[in-house]
Design a protein around this ligand. Structure first.
Ligand SMILES: *Cc1c(COP(=O)(O)O)cnc(C)c1O
Length: 389
């Protein structure tokens, strides 16, 4: 399938039809698989014969999802996981050990920070948090035991852009790996592996499903880098993607490019419109020339993506007024859905960190994040204008 374009891969990669010749991908809801004989069972378990054994680590529907996402990202290998957090867990547990050091962007997803600070630390993994945008800070944080650099670009909610190629060079000089959480862009807008990253992480819960239905995740990269460690961890520890969720997300991938391009185009228009509204102090969107890393964003992404953040006048009260005056937008922390969502980060996703940490992260009390869906743009503007005025 390698010779085909992204649109073709998105609907056809990974299909392996059963004896019934079904056209749509089959959903294999079964925990285990039956062998013809004791000898065949032994061959399968010894990995001398290919084929499914048990759905904790070998399910044909999950495999189709893995192959399709691998084709879209240009990765040799993809390991599907139960959620985005399970993907980061499987990557770290599979590839690192106590005594290793990790450099993490301070602008990554909140639960990712908690995972490094509260969970991995208990097992002796040391983490240093640095600015997403200051390349020299990554270089300065390198230690002899640094094994992994981890970032997310654009970041949530401020859409900061990290220079993937420059940070990959720092990682490789240090003999470490670079992992990029490609949740916001997906392979439709950004291909971290082509820019030098070694590992791509996905929360399939977001744009890959794209319709807010199920949780899922994935770890992708070169086979020699991730297969033994990450698949080995998943096989034993069971952070497995369910076949049903794999099937739902697989169908989501078929429309990923069309959805993301439409959402990104709407987000750009909305960001331009927001910049002109009187109730707004600042708009954060990589597709706007006013964004501090606009040039870098346009170099490594095809467009700005579907997430727009903005500071409204009046701090928390002003922001809540906008949220509470919406009738259409969904007040929920999820993103990447066909339905537009609105979030007040300071009191929700970033509500549990200290006010000082929030201020250091640039999350102001008046900040709102909108994840643009597929509704008519005029309706979204009307819904936001009510509170802004
Ligand atoms: C949501 C999210 C995650 C976690 O994914 P889950 O599927 O919710 O576990 C990780 N990274 C980013 C950037 C996210 O937005």
């Amino acid at each position: 399938m390698d010779k085909y374009q992204l649109d073709t891969l998105a609907v056809r990669a990974g299909i392996e039809r059963s004896q019934f010749g079904e056209h749509s991908e089959a959903l294999y809801l079964t925990s285990s698989f039956v062998f013809k004989s004791a000898a065949q069972a032994a061959e399968r378990f010894a990995e001398r014969e290919k084929g499914p054994i048990y759905s904790r680590f070998t399910n044909p529907t999950v495999n189709v999802f893995e192959q399709r996402l691998a084709a879209l990202e240009g990765a040799e290998c993809c390991i599907a996981t139960a959620s985005g957090m399970a993907a980061i867990l499987a990557m770290t547990m599979g590839l690192l050990k106590g005594g290793d050091h990790v450099i993490v962007s301070q602008s990554v997803f909140g639960s990712t920070i908690q995972l490094f600070v509260n969970i991995f630390k208990k097992f002796g993994l040391e983490s240093t948090f640095v600015s997403a945008t200051d390349v020299s800070a990554w270089q300065k944080a390198v230690k002899p035991n640094t094994k992994l650099l981890f970032l997310e670009t654009p970041s949530n909610p401020l859409t900061e852009i990290s220079d993937i190629a420059a940070i990959a060079a720092i990682a490789h000089k240090a003999g470490a790996l670079l992992a990029v959480d490609n949740c916001f862009c997906t392979p439709v807008l950004q291909k971290p592996l082509e820019l030098g990253a070694d590992i791509v992480i996905h929360s399939a819960t977001k744009y890959l499903d794209g319709q807010g239905r199920v949780l899922g995740g994935a770890v992708l990269g070169r086979r020699d880098v991730i297969h033994a460690g990450v698949f080995g961890f998943l096989r034993t520890a069971g952070v497995t993607l369910s076949a049903f969720n794999a099937w739902v997300i697989l169908k989501g991938l078929e429309t990923l490019r069309i959805r993301l391009e439409a959402q990104s185009a709407s987000a750009l228009e909305l960001a331009r419109w927001l910049e002109k509204q009187t109730g707004i102090e600042r708009v954060y969107y990589p597709g706007l020339p006013s964004h501090p890393q606009h040039a870098l964003a346009m170099q490594q992404q095809k467009s700005g993506g579907g997430i727009v953040a903005f500071d409204v006048k009046g701090g928390k009260d002003g922001a809540w007024k906008v949220v509470d005056n919406t009738r259409l937008l969904s007040i929920t922390a999820n993103l990447g859905d066909t339905k537009t969502t609105i979030t007040h980060p300071a009191t929700t996703t970033h509500g549990r960190i200290t006010p000082e940490a929030r201020a250091a992260a640039g999350i102001r009390d008046g900040l709102l994040r909108v994840a643009v869906g597929l509704e008519a743009l005029e309706d979204l503007k009307t819904d936001l204008a009510r509170g802004l005025s």
